[in-house]
Design a protein around this ligand. Structure first.
Ligand code: UT7
Length: 319
């Protein structure tokens, strides 16, 4: 037996950074950003911490699941950069929640939420756990070069959480990685050793946008086709398709090659931008809280990101 989703939550910083405000910071315009990406606003951290937001999302998910943190058997946090290099963000969340289970991070960039669910699936299948918390959060505003208009307009901060319990909600899941440090990467940053002869680089995101764009469309189509087939379904049976929210044009280009009804796509890029691992769980929580998920609905998810990684899955809503 694997897992079903018992509860969801999400959190994002209060401050809304608009395209208009960005246009006063770099040579860009609302028109360029909207038409090339679909983004209008994004949230950026001012007074909040990554931990506070992760804990808020987790508490919502625990509340809905009707369990306490003490009943968790596993916490996985999908993030590229927690509050500390060590301990893991998952351990920091565990401390704040008052849980006492194993906890660790998974770094698969924007695909992190789906990678973390596949890892959790293994714990359920081996009968080792009854409840798991997955938190997927990235604080990209602190990994962004705010003078680079080709990247700083794309990203925002935020993330979400799910509580998983034993069940058969997970129908199929598929991960890929093809190692690449050229088209999408952020260096670690400063070196502290006086012996190390390498130059420390600024820890900001670098991206060859068009290469990532092509990779994204091809692999979104491939991943969704595969997991829908593995789940024994037709694409037309996917009730809610939640794609990674990197660019509305990527979603539309992939959607044009798939047979999922267009009205079933969950899109919130306009208000959040690309929050990396946070995109899918934020969107999932929004459709859940809006009351749009009905028992038996099939939810497709598909993400791609640095690595280059991809993750796709089909989950049946069983609540
Ligand atoms: O989570 C996964 C990570 N990221 C992604 O998935 C992003 C994938 N890539 C993309 O979404 C798109 O490639 C971008 C949105 C990044 C760029 O869109 P594009 O249509 O591929 O534009 P481009 O890179 O071909 O640039 C077109 C023009 C260039 O000017 P010239 O050379 O034609 O004069 C850029 O300098 O747009 C210019 N440009 C901008 N202009 C105004 C690039 N960024 C901006 C900007 N404002 N912010």
């Amino acid at each position: 037996m694997s897992f079903s989703i018992l509860g969801t939550g999400h959190a994002a910083p209060e401050y809304i950074l608009s395209n208009e405000e960005l246009s006063t910071m770099v040579d860009t315009s609302d028109e360029w950003i909207r038409t090339r990406t679909g983004i209008h606003n994004r949230r950026v951290t001012t007074h909040e911490t990554t931990t506070e937001l992760c804990v808020s999302a987790s508490e919502q998910a625990l509340d809905e699941a009707g369990i306490t943190a003490k009943e968790l058997d596993l916490i996985i946090c999908a993030t590229m950069k927690g509050m500390y290099i060590t301990p893991s963000q998952a351990c920091v969340i565990q401390k704040e929640l008052g849980a006492s289970c194993p906890a660790f991070d998974v770094n698969a960039a924007c695909s992190g939420f789906i990678y973390a669910m596949d890892v959790a699936d293994g714990f359920f299948v081996r009968g080792k756990i009854k409840h798991a918390l997955i938190v997927a959060f990235d604080n990209l505003s602190n990994m962004t070069d705010w003078t680079d208009r080709s990247t700083c307009v794309l990203f925002g901060d935020g993330g979400g959480a799910v509580v998983l319990g034993e069940g058969d909600g997970l129908k199929s899941i598929y991960l890929t990685a093809s190692g690449n440090t050229d088209v999408l990467y952020a260096p670690r940053g400063e070196l502290t050793s006086p012996f190390d002869k390498h130059e420390g680089e600024k820890p900001v995101l670098h991206m060859v946008g068009q290469e990532v764009y092509k990779f994204a469309v091809t692999n979104m189509v491939r991943g969704v086709r595969r997991v829908v087939k593995d789940a024994g379904l037709e694409q037309s049976q996917i009730d809610h398709m939640i794609p990674h929210q990197a660019n509305i044009r990527i979603i539309e280009a992939a959607a044009a090659k798939l047979d999922i009804p267009h009205e079933n796509y969950v899109i919130n890029i306009g208000e959040y931008g690309n929050t990396s691992a946070g995109c899918i769980p934020i969107a999932l929580d929004e459709v859940n809280k809006a009351g749009r998920l009905k028992k038996g609905d099939y939810i497709g998810m598909c993400a791609f990101g640095a690595g280059l990684t991809t993750g796709s899955c089909v989950i049946q809503w069983t609540k």
